[in-house]
Design a protein around this ligand. Structure first.
Ligand SMILES: [Zn+2]
Length: 345
């Protein structure tokens, strides 16, 4: 089959589109095989190309975590999907037997893995996943938003709904609007009825975020974000900060956070090491919340939103499989507003 692969780590020059990758076969009776229609990129894919500590790949390694497609083979014990069904894929793979899995908390699985990182990925003509990792969606949802949907929306849903428990009327600050998780967080907060403060260095991205329902916009190149938030909230600060940037924004995040505030993070794209003044942490009774991916119940919840077309991810651009490198360059440049999608077949 055709697949976008790497055989060693490094820059985007390592990307290799091959047509001799073995088509994956079902491994367990609960597996399904999906013929991929479209795949979407996440920042994670850039990290995989560069190489992640403790993660080893078997060449040629298909990249990609997100995708949609059509089921073309099912194992003998598969119950909920049939050949021909149009599905979205949850890229989080768990063993379903450890204590966390048995509690329904798959993203805490002791053997948790992600498609494209720990198991072969989705920028390929076929991928094999457990039945539990697919959900049927109506064919009225087109391939590009379906492919772009799961990883970012699932991650944002767990952060906003499960971890930070954002309430109607609360103020939520979201860094880096334009990225997939940040945009999904904005849409989820909007639907809850929270007030959203979105930050970017691009006026164009801020304008488009307003069209998606953002309440307040802040250009971090032209204003002191923490000062403006303090002024506009009469020193109260915000209730929740969504910070996936890390080193570059952490200090400002804490300066904007009001009493009893919650800071929720699923990553640190600018660097992982941050500094927190413990005195301000306890005095203001803050909660610092980590989050990653989502569990089966959260996957069901977001797919219900997609089926109802309430949560549809903005798509920035679509590239054919032959131009995959250009898609990765678009993501690496950080200029996208929404998801970068690769059309596979
Ligand atoms: Zn487990």
């Amino acid at each position: 089959m055709r697949a976008l692969t790497i055989s060693s780590h490094g820059g985007l020059d390592r990307l290799e589109l091959r047509d001799d990758v073995p088509t994956p076969e079902l491994r367990r009776p609960t597996d399904v095989r999906v013929r991929i229609r479209a795949a979407a990129l996440n920042h994670l894919d850039l990290f995989v190309v560069e190489g992640l500590p403790g993660v080893t790949i078997t060449p040629p390694w298909p990249l990609g975590a997100d995708a949609c497609g059509t089921i073309d083979a099912i194992g003998a014990e598969v119950k909920n999907v049939s050949v021909g069904d149009y599905v979205v894929i949850n890229p989080g793979i768990s063993d379903r037997t450890c204590e966390y899995c048995l509690q329904g908390e798959q993203p805490l699985c002791v053997k948790f893995g992600i498609l494209g990182e720990h198991v072969p990925g989705t920028i390929a003509e076929h991928v094999v996943v457990p039945e539990a990792n697919v959900r049927v969606v109506p064919t009225t949802v087109s391939h590009e938003p379906a492919a772009a949907f799961t990883l970012a929306t699932l991650t944002a849903w767990r952060m906003i709904v499960t971890r930070a428990r954002v309430q109607p009327g609360e103020d939520v600050l979201i860094w880096g609007i334009g990225g997939g998780v940040a945009l999904a967080a904005l849409q989820i907060c909007r639907d809850i009825g929270a007030r959203t403060w979105v930050v970017s260095s691009s006026d164009d991205k801020l304008r488009r975020a307003t069209e998606l329902g953002a309440t307040e916009t802040l250009n971090r190149n032209t204003v002191d974000v923490a000062r403006v938030v303090r002024d506009r909230t009469k020193k109260r600060g915000v209730d929740v900060v969504v910070d996936n940037v890390g080193a570059a924004t952490w200090k400002q995040s804490l300066l904007t956070l009001g009493k009893r505030g919650r800071l929720v993070t699923c990553g640190g794209t600018s660097g992982p090491i941050v500094e927190t003044d413990v005195r301000r942490l306890f005095w203001n009774q803050w909660s610092l919340l980590g989050s990653t991916m989502g569990n089966d119940a959260e996957f069901d919840a977001i797919v219900a939103e997609l089926r109802a077309e309430r949560l549809v991810p903005p798509v920035d651009s679509v590239f054919p499989l032959d131009d995959s490198r250009a898609a990765f360059e678009r993501l690496a440049a950080g200029e996208q507003f929404g998801k970068v999608v690769i059309r596979v077949s």
